[in-house]
Design a protein. Sequence first.
Lengths: 199, 313
Amino acid sequence: MSAAHVRPVTGDPAAARPVLQGPEVARAVDRMAHELLEKTRGGADVVLLGIPTRGTTLARRLAARVHAFEGVAIPTGSLDITLYRDDLRLKSPRALEETDVPGDGIDDRLVVLVDDVLFSGRSVRAALDALADLGRPRAVQLAVLVDRGHRELPIRADYVGKNIPTSLKETVHVMLTEDDGQDAVLIGPADTGRAGGDR
Amino acid sequence: MKRHLLSAADLTLEDATLVLDTATELAQLTERATVKKLPTLRGRTVVNLFFEDSTRTRTSFELAAKRLSADVINFSAKGSSVSKGETLKDTALTLEAMGSDAVVVRHSWSGAPVNLSRFIRGSVINAGDGTHEHPTQALLDAYTMRQRLGRVEGLRVTIVGDILHSRVARSNVLLLSTLGAEVTLVAPPTLLPTGVDAWPCAVSYDLDAVLPKSDVVMMLRVQRERMGAAYFPSTREYSRRYGLDVRRAQALSDDAIVMHPGPMVRGMEIAAEVADGLRSTIVDQVANGVSVRMAVLYLLLGGAEPAIGSDDQ
């Protein structure tokens, strides 16, 4: 089960090149926190829900930065999408991750979904289905650290840390200190394992 | 390829932990986040094939399958072609021809699910076969221990009563030893199966000696319906030596819990005050059964291939 938390850099690690490193990741998160405050007029009635594992970490970081900038405490949780995925039948069943919705729920709140990489958009679609089962938010927005393009569904992000044009053959790995011991976004050559961001 | 859950011995430590972790997340979703229905098994069909009476297990499996959006067909031997002489195999093939993805089977013959798994394409889940095994009961018991005591590894678990006729005892011994608990069986010599010394557990005839050293006490019902002869002199004598009454329960350590897989006979193996007391997990066990069976169904049917269970025969 712990396999879900560990995303090894497959392929040739030496060939993976960093796009963002250390403080650059922190700066991108800071800017997203500012944009979130601006767009939601101070973060009132916002709930941040991260898609595990790294989306949850990013959601916590965004909440911490928002708190540091304006002293607003935004309820933060996690939303596991495994049971709502459209590719469940293509692989063997995966371990579930934690779903933790803040106490007051999501009804009539502005829910901001947070993920590390936006790729095909299928994870976000699954997250929207999961949200619908949890309640009825006033609106839903999307924040991602990396938008790598190649959408397969009509989905776009409201807050983007960095747009990184990629080829379909490349992989994108987001590493965060809490999960991986360092902050970095790496682009690697094609590998046979799961690419960064879900297809 | 792994497809079936026939025995608790089919589960490795990783498998069993995966089931318990999955059940924990599912319980969180269905209880705390109040998601009443998950779309995960939409379009899958689960057949409950019950040749023996059951309230708890059948209802629990039915609810679990429905909460995951599977279609459920309930089939009991009474009022079916079985009473006209149809064999187990023909009944199963008929159900499979109707497109079932999993068959949850309870039968009074030990080994009926294994037999069934030889000629069925879908998954077979053993919901209790004779005096052999009841793996999902063992899983929900382990889940309940983890929920109440925070862990299973290292727990001292005492299983008391009619071990000879108990599929729950066998499955629990197998699963709990996989999970690293220390199991002691307590019963009169007549109610212990032959070959019990080869099981991964200790055996005692003296309940009072074992109780103070137990973190978990699991009381079993005396299965009179499976007894052709007298295994003990009288109900009163059995109760006095092997029943968990109020006085005995006081010998337990402060944190110890009392479990019973049900159905229980109050006043025989367990006193009503103990069954309804704070230590008792009997009602929790029933509620946890749904989450654990959801986990098993998800892990066997949710993907292209099962994540747990035994290989094809």
